[in-house]
Design a protein around this ligand. Structure first.
Ligand code: PMP
Ligand code: GLN
Length: 385
């Protein structure tokens, strides 16, 4: 250990280690089945690895252009146009990022100034608020209303002020599995009309929507497309969370500002993985099939929990299932998640960590992006309590 007596004035005094790292570490320590942090325990297809390996062997190992390989930006543009009907120019309106977390941080850093307010919805994905505060902004909290987690637009209307620089939305929503509707988008558009508020829309689970539902991107409305930065992640779509590659879409004027920061933040993203993904994306069934694939996993996981005392909350999207456990325990959710990991051998995420006031509805989150054998082994343990 290196001794240091520097007086450090922390920019994030209240921030500890992210819950995903904490719970995954605990799961490893205890040998528990890890249904906490969101990542698949199965492999992506060999075709993706082969395409990436071929790129490396063909010497594609030096810096790509700052905004990303043109072939990948064109593939993204074609996908986005076919799914959402909006045309983004690969030259000036699409940027490849080192995952969604970097994209979100960079977007916040590009637009939020000290003293600016950013409206977020609680429960809120854990990276947004630390990013806002690192650049001197202030998060103000609207709600997703328990138990079906619909956005409380009245609270948003009340929170909008001359200081509001940005509203961050996340649909399909982590951790709740809820989805924005056309009415939600219309209300959002109404609230921001005649303002200069930027909408930052985290849509990393865009392809994972169940029961015939449809993901409505903010760019499906022209008025929102004109003021939004949309974030997505190949980690979720192609089962490669460790590759850390994603992208952002935004009108040229917004993207210009985004890239000013991006180029000095990561500059660019590794070349061979971009080339491999660009080739792999040519077959749309690889992302279009994702909803059915994960719907089967959701249903399989729920079937494993039949006969347990967990109560399911609705799961319309993402690969997370929220459950209430108040029939099992009256422990606070953090303690319950820790007990579940240590004593039952299944790790989960306590949902109170996503609330600024630690609101605790006695709900935990399970990730079902797992092999059926993992889900059935977890189910066997969870049915016993
Ligand atoms: N946003 C949400 C809502 C997420 O769930 C995640 C990660 N799973 C991210 C952003 C970050 O994605 P990435 O791993 O590409 O940084
Ligand atoms: N987004 C993933 C989850 O919700 C985790 C990503 C991370 O560990 N930062 O579990």
């Amino acid at each position: 250990m290196i001794p240091s007596s520097l007086a450090i004035d922390s920019k994030l005094p209240w921030v500890g280690t992210t819950i995903f790292t904490v719970m995954s570490r605990l799961a490893t320590e205890c040998g528990a089945i890890n249904l906490s942090q969101g990542f698949p325990d199965f492999s992506a297809e060999p075709a993706l690895f082969e395409a990436t390996m071929r790129a490396m062997q063909n010497g594609r190992n030096q810096y790509p252009p700052m905004a990303g390989l043109p072939e990948l930006r064109h593939a993204i543009g074609a996908k986005v146009e076919s799914l959402y009907g909006a045309r983004f120019d690969p030259e000036s309106e699409i940027t490849v990022t080192a995952g969604a977390t970097q994209a979100l941080f960079t977007a916040i850093a590009a637009f939020v100034r000290p003293g600016d307010e950013v409206i977020v919805f609680a429960p809120v994905y854990d990276s947004y608020v630390p990013a806002i505060e690192t650049v001197g902004g202030r998060a103000v909290y609207a709600s997703l209303l328990f138990p079906d987690y619909r956005p409380d637009w009245e609270s948003v209307r009340r929170l909008v002020s001359p200081r509001t620089r940005m509203i961050i939305v996340n649909t399909p929503n982590n951790p709740t599995g809820s989805l924005m509707t056309a009415d939600d988008l219309a209300t959002l558009a109404d609230i921001v009309r005649d303002t200069d508020i930027v909408v930052l829309s985290d849509e990393v689970y865009e392809h994972i929507v169940f029961d015939g539902g449809k993901h409505l991107s903010v760019i499906s409305r022209e008025d929102l497309a004109a003021r939004s930065i949309v974030v997505s992640s190949f980690g979720k779509t192609y089962h490669i969370t460790g590759w850390k590659i994603g992208y952002v879409l935004g009108a040229a004027a917004l993207m210009n500002e985004f890239r000013k920061v991006h180029q000095f933040n990561v500059f660019t993203v590794n070349t061979p993985c971009q080339a491999g993904i660009a080739e792999y994306m040519a077959d749309p069934s690889r992302y279009l099939g994702l909803a059915a694939f994960y719907e089967q996993k959701r249903d399989f996981f729920r079937a494993q929990l039949q006969g347990s005392r967990f109560e399911f909350l609705p799961c319309r999207s993402t690969y997370f299932q929220l459950v209430r456990y108040d029939a099992i325990s009256d422990l606070p959710d953090r303690e319950f998640a820790e007990w579940l990991t240590r004593e039952v051998g299944v790790a989960a995420i306590p949902v109170s960590v996503f609330y600024p006031d630690g609101r605790d509805d006695r709900v935990v989150r399970f990730c079902f992006a797992k092999q059926d054998s993992t889900l059935s082994a977890a189910g066997e343990r969870l049915r016993r309590i």
